[in-house]
Each structure stands twice: as structure tokens, then as C-alpha cells.
Design a protein around this ligand. Structure first.
Ligand SMILES: [Zn+2]
Length: 408
């Protein structure tokens, strides 16, 4: 019995290797699969046959270029094996995306975020999920995972948003979002954690220099941070500490979170607006400031307007100081800067570098590489797909493992 279960385990591990190779490289022919997974030809044959029988992967035949050549056979995920629904919550809209098992985007729509509290918010999400199903005519049980992202602080083990810019300390518990009839698992992640996940994967794609660790800093209404750290071999540990609400100045400017002196109270859009207009630092001028307002301040700053320039410089210094603390704790790592605030990077850069340069760590090991990556939404979506499919693939393999045990 023991021998059988351990061979079953090896088979499952090898199947996981094959599925992750397909996720990483796209469709693969038999020989490519052997090269990538380093499994023997016989093992790959056995596994692909198993996965094909279980409806997880399929053979795709491509006509050879010459008429007499044999058609090229590749393996790919079977698109209708299951589906993933991705929900990204931002300050004003909630976006819903439906993706098939091969990672193809099938449908996407956005709805305005309800103004009221968490109950109405969850009810609006439930009806939008019904819309996803009815628009695509996909059966509820075919959805394998619902993956949600938001800014704010996510509970380490529960699908609960503990603190968010939208609801403040009114926590939002998503665990009952999916009612009866749903079989999908539900995950909730901080948005910048997903950005760090996507960047970390891009860094270790073939042909690129593998960076060990990295940080992703998101600039906008609020300030987000994701950190990917390789603690050993295997996948990196990725965390999203509450960077925006780390202390910058004690008894400093009032923050949206209710305390004073946070990084966000100097670097969030509302903070830039407040200091550009020299408004009192103990007031929050507006919960969400339209991007066009910050654009106007940026135009004035670029024309040399003093308090507008200072507002961006002050924001940069707060970010630089915060990053220097991060680097002191974790060691040197490249920083990728993303989010709507990157369009003002020219105005933030001096302050940011000054804020970093004044620390011993940076003096000793040099300025970290700072790279602007403008398309945050694409990184968030990529991070969703990476985490959702790595979980879905495991669940699918467990499912066929169990079915195999019942059958034998
Ligand atoms: Zn705060």
C-alpha cells in the first residue's frame, strides 16, 4: 500500500511539473516537454496520456509546412477544463474578468463601486458574478476559483479585507460571497502583492538576469508596497506590508487612516493636493482626488510654481525615507515603481533619491535600481493569473488523484 501511495505521489509531482511547464512556456511538443521538465520520454508520455484522459490538457495538431510532412503535435491546457473569475477592486470601479483554463480572457466588464457600506458592496459583487455567468453561459460549477484584489491590508489567512482606503477599518469579509451552488475557491490578495508576484516571475524568465529580491511600490491615491524575497530555492515569499501607513513624521500630517504622520499623509494624491494648496495638515481635503487635479498641480510645478513643486518633493522624500527603512531591514534590492503616480515621477524623483541617499545603508551599498513600470493594471492581472492558476492546477491534480484512488 505504502509503495503504491509513494509512486502515486511521484506521479502527481511529475504531473504538476508538466502543468507548470505549460503555464510557463505555453503549448509544448512532446520533446520540448521532456527538455523543460527533464522527465524521461516514457514518463512524459504516461502523464500527458493521463492528463488528456482526465480532460485537463489536449493535443493540438498543426499542419506541417510541407504537404508530406507529419503534422506537428503540441499539448496545451484544455480551455473548457474550468474557468477563473478575477475581480479587481479600485477606488471607483470594480472590474470583472472571466478567463478560461488556458489563460485566455473571455469577457470583461466594470461596474461603479457602490458608495454604501460593505453589505451593499458584497451584494453588488454577488449580482455582478451572476452577470459573469449569464453573459458567458458558463455553468457555476465550472468556475474553479474567484480571485479578488484590493488595496489595503488583507488578513494573512482569511479572505478578509482588514483595512482599506474605501471602507477604512470596517472590515470586509468575502468568505460568504459565493453562495450555494458555487464550488470555486475564493482568494483575496493585496493589489501590490500581485504586482510584485508578476515582476518576480518576469525577472526569472529565461534569458533575463535573475534578481534575488525585489520591491514594487505603487503610487496613487494610496501607497502600496509588495516585496518578493527568495529565502531559498523554490518560489519567492511575497508580502504586502502596510507601507503607506508606516510612520514618516511623528505627530505629522493627518492621514486618511485616522492617525498622523504616515507616509501616505505626505505621498498620497490627497496629501500632494493638501500641501500644494497649503491647506491645514490636520484636514483631509477629499477622500479621492481626481487625477486631473493632480495633473493641474504637476503642470504648475513644472512651470516652477513653488508650493506645487514642494508638494511633490515632500512626497518623494516620504517615499525615499520609507524605502530606506525597507532596505535597512531586508537588504539591497531593486525597486519597481508603478501606479497612476508614475506620471509625476519627474517631479518626485529628486525628493525620492534624497530621501534614500541620507541613510547609511544606501551610502554603503549604493542607490537601489529604481525602474518605472507604468502599466500597473497589466501587472495586477498577470499576478492574479499566476497565483490563481498555480492553485487551480494543484486542485485539479488532487481531484484526479482522488478519482484515481476510487477507481483502483
Ligand atoms: Zn495612515
Amino acid at each position: 500500500m505504502l509503495a503504491k501511495s509513494s509512486s502515486e505521489l511521484v506521479r502527481q509531482q511529475n504531473s504538476a511539473l508538466v502543468l507548470s511547464a505549460l503555464r510557463r512556456h505555453g503549448r509544448l511538443a512532446h520533446t520540448q516537454m521532456c527538455e523543460v521538465t527533464r522527465l524521461s520520454s516514457a514518463t512524459v508520455s504516461a502523464i500527458t496520456a493521463d492528463l488528456e484522459r482526465a480532460g485537463i490538457i489536449e493535443r493540438i495538431e498543426q499542419q506541417a509546412i510541407s504537404a508530406r510532412g507529419r503534422p506537428r503535435v503540441q499539448f496545451g491546457q484544455r480551455r473548457d477544463c474550468g474557468y477563473v473569475i478575477i475581480i479587481t477592486i479600485s477606488s471607483d470601479v470594480i472590474q470583472y474578468s472571466l478567463v478560461d483554463y488556458a489563460g485566455t480572457l473571455l469577457d470583461r466588464f466594470s461596474e461603479p463601486r457602490p458608495e454604501q457600506g460593505p453589505e451593499q458592496f458584497l451584494a453588488a459583487m454577488q449580482s455582478a458574478l451572476e452577470r459573469v455567468l449569464s453573459r458567458s453561459r458558463i455553468a457555476r460549477h465550472k468556475v474553479l476559483i474567484v480571485s479578488i484584489s484590493s488595496k489595503g491590508l488583507v488578513h494573512p489567512s482569511l479572505p478578509t479585507l482588514v483595512w482599506s482606503p474605501v471602507f477604512g477599518a470596517k472590515s470586509v469579509d468575502f468568505s460568504n460571497l459565493l453562495g450555494s451552488g458555487w464550488e470555486a475557491s475564493l482568494v483575496l490578495n493585496n493589489e501590490t502583492l500581485l504586482v510584485a508576484t508578476a515582476l518576480s516571475r518576469q525577472q526569472d524568465s529565461p534569458g533575463r538576469v535573475t534578481e534575488t529580491d525585489l520591491a514594487a511600490l505603487s503610487l496613487g491615491h494610496s501607497i502600496g508596497l509588495g516585496v518578493a524575497r527568495r529565502l531559498g530555492s523554490g518560489s519567492p515569499e511575497i508580502i504586502a506590508p502596510n507601507f503607506g501607513h508606516m510612520l514618516h513624521v511623528s505627530n505629522g500630517a493627518l492621514c486618511r487612516c485616522g492617525t498622523s504622520g504616515c507616509i501616505e499623509a505626505y505621498a498620497g494624491f490627497y496629501a500632494i493636493l493638501r500641501s500644494a494648496f497649503e491647506a491645514p495638515a490636520d484636514r483631509i481635503p477629499a477622500k479621492f482626488v481626481p487625477l486631473s487635479e493632480i495633473e493641474k498641480i504637476a503642470t504648475r510645478a513644472r512651470q516652477g510654481h513653488r508650493s506645487s513643486r514642494l508638494a511633490f518633493r515632500q512626497a518623494g522624500i516620504a517615499l525615499g525615507n520609507g524605502l530606506s527603512r525597507l532596505l535597512s531591514l531586508y537588504g539591497a534590492m531593486p525597486v519597481f515603481i508603478t501606479g497612476p503616480g508614475t506620471r509625476f515621477y519627474d517631479l518626485l524623483q529628486d525628493g525620492l533619491e534624497d530621501g534614500l541617499a541620507k541613510t547609511l545603508g544606501v551610502r554603503l551599498s549604493g542607490m537601489p535600481a529604481l525602474t518605472v513600470v507604468a502599466d500597473e493594471a497589466a501587472l495586477v492581472f498577470e499576478g492574479h493569473l499566476l497565483l490563481a492558476f498555480s492553485r487551480v492546477d494543484q486542485e485539479v491534480l488532487h481531484m484526479i488523484g482522488r478519482q484515481g484512488q476510487v477507481a483502483s
